[in-house]
Design a protein around this ligand. Sequence first.
Ligand code: C2E
Ligand code: MG
Ligand code: MG
Length: 504
Amino acid sequence: MVPNLAKFSNLIRSKLSDLSDLATFPPQFILLSSSVGVGLGLLLLGSTSPMQAVGGLLSCLGILLIWRSHSSAFRDRLTGLPNRTLFMRRLERSVRQTNQRKQNGFAVLFLDLDRFKSMNKKFGSKRGDRLLVKIASRLKTSIGSHDFLARVGGNEFAILLSEVQSEEQASWDAHHLQVQLNLPFEIDTQEICLTTSIGIALSSAGYVWSDDLLRDAQTAMYHAKSLGRARYALFQPSMRVQAVTLLQIETDLRRAVERQELRLHYQPLVSLQTGKIVGFEALARWQHPKHGLIAPAEFIPIAEDSGLITSVGYWAMLQACYQLRIWQQRFLTDPPLMVSVNLSSRQFAQPNLINQVECVLAETGLDAQSLKLEITESMVMEDIEAAIATLEQIKALNVRLGIDDFGTGYSSLSHLYRFPADTLKVDQSFISRIGLDEENNEIVRAIVTLAHNLGMTVIAEGIETQEQLAMLRSLNCEYGQGYFFSEPLNHEAAATLFAAAPRW
Ligand code: C2E
Ligand code: MG
Ligand code: MG
């Protein structure tokens, strides 16, 4: 019978991939087991001459050298973890064995550390490396002894979770890893907090090729990122199409600024004392020629990941200040109208941010006091000392500062008093539950008191009902924003609304 060449080459490949598992064992283990092997061999041969003993030792060293060269080809130098090549071999074997029903189902988790690139820039690559080593070791202690962890890219890790029978089980494991990685890391006495996006692909979908499994886990990770990061997603076939669309959107976004497809909508900021509009929050929209109006939650994360946020963010700040200047000249109010602009974390980490703000103020002629920059707690918590230094530089320009979405991040209250912020915006998740549960009411009351004690004024975001408004007034919350007053409007509609001088 003529041997089947494909079968033969598969057999060789599988044996080689089994051999590559040697690289997953520690050197002491290899040395010990090879010494025992050689010793036993010598005993069995009944020979104990010194020459044979030396020979035994040399062969033992030889095995160690082979292991070392083999291991460096399969291991990541920085963390000492298996690398992508070794992970793929291991995955190949698991796919084969699962298909042959020699092994139960498993899952592949693809982990990407959110905003690691900007963190690396901020802290320097040496500290970034040390952080990666710490992350690797925390991951190692967070997985089971039969699971297989590898570093598959700069800030990417992959885990083969063995014995996974259900989506729930894989999701639970992903959640557990996220919780572990959320705990602060200490580098040079500095606390660093980060989040992770995880994509999950299950072997039960019937994969034949290991490449497909890893690719799908990665696609699911991108999906998790596009939903706002710091979450996990289970792979669905529809995500493949979305991944292509995502890439297309990134390409389109590159041209959106120059083609003037970006717009700002303005949501009124209302004084709860007077019931009058005192300013606006500028919120970005993208008028895509094919997909229509795209919400910021969909394109800001893409702009951040691709680095386009620098131009998008600068454009938003400039446009908002231009518009406000026009309104201040048209509507004379005391104090003058003000505008809030959102900063993204990557923008906040830009070394030339202060310079950008100065340029915008100089170009538009807007008084610095009329501009407020909104940041979120999580942006500050990544590197508190550096963030406070940036915030103080912004304050030195006389620009106002606001903390957005308060209550949703992992903020350390002990640091809050150090932020030179003027306002604290209570997240809409708390406002929407006002009147529905007493505990929530107490939380809102506590946040308002905390902000006042720290010398900040309070904005409630997402006010939708009269009842919410009444309760916030009774708590002495100074400002409000929400659909109850108005949705974000284009500049013409916003001007019309302001000119009508509504009072709530
Ligand atoms: P944000 O700064 O917290 O903005 C508030 C969001 O809540 C806005 O969504 C607004 O339309 C929505 N909203 C306002 N009132 C209500 C209400 O009563 N009920 C409900 N359900 N929602 C309400 P939008 O415009 O989709 O913006 C989402 C997020 O995108 C913003 O959250 C902000 O973080 C980000 N973003 C928007 N524009 C920019 C920008 O120019 N630069 C950056 N970096 N981020 C931006
Ligand atoms: Mg905001
Ligand atoms: Mg908000």
